[in-house]
Design a protein. Sequence first.
Length: 95
Amino acid sequence: LDEADQCLEPGGDLIFLEPNWPLFYKVELFVSRLLSQYWSFAAGIHDALASEWDTLTYFFNNRHVIKAHLEQKGYKVSRERHLVHQWILVCRKPE
């Protein structure tokens, strides 16, 4: 976040597109494992999710850290959406 803050001009928007709902990813992990026997694309999805599972879990449990850090730097949340599979956060850097 600090590096993004250095690159962003005052008044610029910082946009996060991050995973949102753990159950969605658990189901995707399970289904991709089942389908991987028949479809190599599903195997790739399963391998990618499995290898990133610790990172995803950490994010699901700690996304408040991102918001707190941005608030400390004076960013204002201009839009926040929670879709089934994605968390969208748009913050404006102070002028």
